[in-house]
Each structure stands twice: as structure tokens, then as C-alpha cells.
Design a protein around this ligand. Structure first.
Ligand code: CUA
Length: 196
């Protein structure tokens, strides 16, 4: 009987060398595990995004950060909460090292609320935990997010983008009050919360 060719796979492998079929099978399993993990992670992103109505900001609006205080939408007298003709609320805030101006936003419950923010200096973050609000506030751009609050109460509002040495202290709150309580307030009172 003829000797098998020297490169035959049937030839016993030296110690410590794993046969090719075993390597291929193990690699195949790992590819399947990785693919499953990717599918699960993508599904989590899609499901939480749809269920929580999360969506990336869809508007691109530019603004001059150096002249915010001189005129236009973000002058001091125009900051805070305003009620639109359709009954919805618009809250305009400026993020600045290391606070939001005005320091606290007052909004009515059960009302569509649109937040419009911009930064006067560096990149800040605007997050309201347990809501769909989460955006970066980039100088030169206006960030806009829409939400509504079913329950009155205080919602903490931390800056969640590292913005300098005072970043950890840059947090404030959105105070949600019942609709009638909000309606009873004067136009100036509405623009900000009472100091606490
Ligand atoms: Cu502003 Cu961190």
C-alpha cells in the first residue's frame, strides 16, 4: 500500500496543533455569538428609542455665540418660558460655564414644551433624566428638544457634558407646576422659578 502524501490531513499532527476543522468550528461559533450580540444591541437601541420617543435633534440652526446678549432670540429679556399662541410652551435657555440662564425653568404640566438652548462658551449638555430630553448644547448652534411632563414636580437638569472645572456643579432643575397654577402667574413670574 502506498504511503499517503506528506501533506495529508490524516497525518497525525504534532502535539499542541489543533486540527483545522476544530479551529473552523470554534471560529464559526464565535462569529455566531458576536452576530447575536450585535443584533441584540441593535434591537435594544431601536426598541428603547421607539418606546421612549428618543430621537436625535433634527434641526440645524446656527447662531453667533459672541453676540447672544446683544439682540435676537436669546437676549436676556426673552429667556425663560413663553406661552405660544397655540398654548404650547417654549423655554429658552443659555448654557454658560457653569450654569443655565435662567437658573431654573418653570413649565406647565400636560403641555407640549419645546426647549431651545444655545451655549455662550463651550459645549455643554442638557439632560432631563426619565424623559426623552438629552442633547448637547454646542456654541454656534441652537439645540431644540420637545417633550411634555405628565406629572408636576421638580426634574433635575444636570449638564452632562464635561465643560470645565465647574462642570460637576452645573446642574439645575425644571419645575413643572399644574396648568392652573402656571396660568395664574404673571408673564415675568413665568420666565423663571422663585429662588429656593
Ligand atoms: Cu456645562 Cu458641564
Amino acid at each position: 500500500m502506498a504511503e499517503p502524501p506528506s501533506n495529508s490531513p490524516r497525518r497525525p499532527l504534532p502535539d499542541g496543533i489543533v486540527p483545522e476543522e476544530v479551529v473552523a468550528r470554534t471560529e464559526g461559533r464565535w462569529v455566531m455569538i458576536m452576530a447575536t450580540m450585535l443584533v441584540v444591541m441593535m434591537a435594544v437601541i431601536v426598541v428603547t428609542g421607539v418606546a421612549g420617543a428618543l430621537h436625535p435633534a433634527s434641526n440645524v440652526e446656527v447662531i453667533q455665540p459672541q453676540t447672544l446678549h446683544l439682540g435676537g432670540e436669546f437676549v436676556e429679556s426673552n429667556l425663560g418660558t413663553a406661552i405660544e399662541p397655540d398654548g404650547s410652551a417654549t423655554v429658552r435657555l443659555i448654557a454658560i460655564q457653569y450654569d443655565f440662564v435662567p437658573h431654573c425653568a418653570l413649565v406647565p404640566a400636560n403641555t407640549p414644551v419645546k426647549f431651545r438652548l444655545t451655549s455662550a462658551d463651550v459645549v455643554h449638555g442638557f439632560l432631563l433624566p426619565d424623559t426623552n430630553v438629552n442633547t448637547m448644547v454646542v456654541p454656534g448652534f441652537v439645540a431644540e428638544v420637545r417633550t411634555s411632563f405628565a406629572e408636576p414636580g421638580d426634574y433635575v437638569m444636570p449638564c452632562h457634558e464635561f465643560c470645565g472645572l465647574g462642570h460637576h456643579a452645573m446642574w439645575t432643575r425644571v419645575s413643572v407646576v399644574p396648568n392652573d397654577q402656571f396660568a395664574a402667574k404673571g408673564p415675568l413670574e413665568r420666565t423663571r422659578c422663585a429662588k429656593q
